[in-house]
Ligand binder design. Sequence first.
Ligand SMILES: [Fe+2]
Ligand SMILES: [Fe+2]
Ligand SMILES: [Fe+2]
Ligand SMILES: [Fe+2]
Length: 431
Amino acid sequence: MTFNPLQERGIPIEKQLRNWSELNVKPYDKESVHPYSRCRGILMNGIEVEAIIFSHSMARNLLDPDVKKQLAMVRRIEQQQQKAINWLIPGDESTIEVTLGYEQVAVDMTAWVAQHEPAPYLRQVYEFGLLEDFDHLYRYANLYEMLEGKKAEQIISDLTEITPGRPTIFEHRHPHDEVRRPMTALAADPQSILNALMVMSAEQQTMNFYMTIGNRYMEPLARATYQEIGMIEEQHVTHYESILDPTASWFENLLFHEYNECWLYYSFMQEEPDPRVKALYELHLNMEIEHLRIACELMREVEKRDPEALLPAAVGEPMSFRENRKYVRQVLAEQVDLTAKDSEFVPIADVPDDDRYFAYQRAVNGKWSPTEEVIRANTEKQGREYRLEVEGPNPVEGLRPEKERKKASTEYAKRSVVKHDPKAAPWTEPS
Ligand SMILES: [Fe+2]
Ligand SMILES: [Fe+2]
Ligand SMILES: [Fe+2]
Ligand SMILES: [Fe+2]
């Protein structure tokens, strides 16, 4: 079955407005929601937020008031869609529970993309980022147990494992080493563009979320953990946005944003088990088909280009949240010791001591790393750290709990310039 949103008829834009009671959806039940249902909602919220922010940026860079008005109309609908999706999250799901969902999205979305990415360099970009968010899940799961005394598997189930990835402390790299090689939109497989837009939007939402809610804790270690991981999400947005074609015009970008929304709602409408949410995705798809039509029209009018020549004849394979445990383990075993140098990925063992990587590590880590401390503190409290290893011990011996490994350590640990001191203060007086 093929689906081409260009050939479908959507809901006319003037009929898309919905009233407050329609938008104020009844939240899901946090006890019974499927973990991947939560993930789909988190991802679609990120997609809508990007649609809105992108449309605002575009409007600020255009002169023509008629185009601005069309953008404003579509953007108002994107805002309404964002409200309907994000308000599915119930108030009794705590911020850290939502956070666990965000990192599960990052792991299983990026794993899907890496396995469906035609370009080898871009596949490497995804596998590199995957191991970092995978580690965040482990850090937050320990923070969750420490703060609420609960196990992260109650939220994410055992679909995604919880064990160290590339340790967060070593993920901090100089900004110049986060800028990747861009694809060329005209030469790229359209799937590569959609993959990049999706992952960039999700990472951007994660960055914004941690920027906003990381200070909502009393516990100093929780505040610090959100800060440290939040800075990695900044790196991730830089990493993923830099693979997109920077020469694509505003109108071309708008076209792909709307196409991406069509692809994702089409995908999730098929696999969503909650009939209420499924119906919402179907409704939004019918709205997006119209947004896409408007984007096509704008491109024809303003740029005199044919949008159909840029888009595929049908959407590709539907995006899907599914279990990737073995795949993630394989990437972890093979790539844990990679770091980034300019736009390439190299083993940490090959990086000279005077490299900017180590200078950056010294500058930010100092003597204390919240994401190390959170594991130490939770171990102290529970008598063991929290892990959920369904397929066996961590595939990297150096990432197993200290008692369970002989001597092995990772290449990263050997090169570490930081000695974590648990007594170092998590607070500094403002100076
Ligand atoms: Fe939308
Ligand atoms: Fe993350
Ligand atoms: Fe991330
Ligand atoms: Fe849209």
